[in-house]
Design a protein around this ligand. Structure first.
Ligand code: GRF
Length: 216
């Protein structure tokens, strides 16, 4: 069994999607051992606790600087001995030391088709730019913000009449599809990093999903 720790900052709908998929047996041989939040008011904490998962809050405001918070966070995470750390709406920039410590076992989901629109307000920026395709990306985390080897992306159309909320909702529905899938691939040992690119073993081509690099 692979041990997964999930980090959240807010409502935790991606975490919830992962719990749903786990309950249906779709996450592979994995155990979600803890959900950690950097905000005491993160809504997802109650969801995790109701599902019987250990929760813990490390309020970043209680720490003097980024390094000391990240060190405390890493210590808290490591107490759960995770094979994989999943950032699910964790709204903190992580220090290089933290990222290096979890190299190859730290995943993030970002609500854009990276490398377009790193950072915040991705849906609003996509609307302002007038792009016709938008989406979300699961990637391994590297020290550069919203960068790192892409595991899986899903695209959605930008429709006439979309506003930030309608576009965000369309993207979020795809996030809930691709993140559990990427986690399952990790858990099943099907992801391989090769020259900074992710390769997925097995056949996974799926019309709705863009670009896992599949082996035959
Ligand atoms: C998602 O859109 C995720 O891509 C971004 O923050 C949002 C978190 O939503 N990083 P939730 O907390 O998983 O509902």
């Amino acid at each position: 069994m692979k041990r997964i720790v999930i980090l959240i900052s807010g409502r935790g709908s991606n975490m919830e999607a992962m719990l749903r998929v786990r309950d249906q047996g779709g996450l592979g041989p994995a155990e979600i051992v803890a959900v950690l939040a950097n905000r005491p008011d993160a809504g997802g904490l109650a969801t995790a606790a109701a599902a019987g998962i250990a929760t813990q809050v490390l309020d970043h405001k209680a720490y003097g600087d980024r390094e000391s918070f990240d060190q405390a966070l890493a210590a808290a995470i490591d107490a759960y001995r995770p094979d994989l750390v999943v950032l699910a709406g964790f709204m903190r920039i992580l220090s290089e030391g933290f990222v290096r410590h979890y190299e190859g076992r730290l995943l993030n989901i970002h609500p854009s088709l990276l490398p377009a629109f790193p950072g915040l307000h991705t849906h609003q920026r996509a609307l302002e730019e007038g792009v016709r395709l938008h989406g979300c990306t699961v990637h391994f985390v590297t020290p550069a913000l919203d960068h790192g080897p892409v595991v899986l992306q899903a695209a959605v159309p930008v429709l006439d009449g979309d506003d930030e909320a309608s576009l965000a909702a369309r993207v979020l529905a795809q996030e809930h599809q691709i993140y559990p899938r990427a986690v399952r691939w990790f858990v099943e040992g099907r992801l391989r990093l090769e020259a900074g690119r992710v390769r997925v073993s097995g056949a996974h081509q799926d019309g709705a999903l863009i670009a896992p690099r599949c082996d035959a």
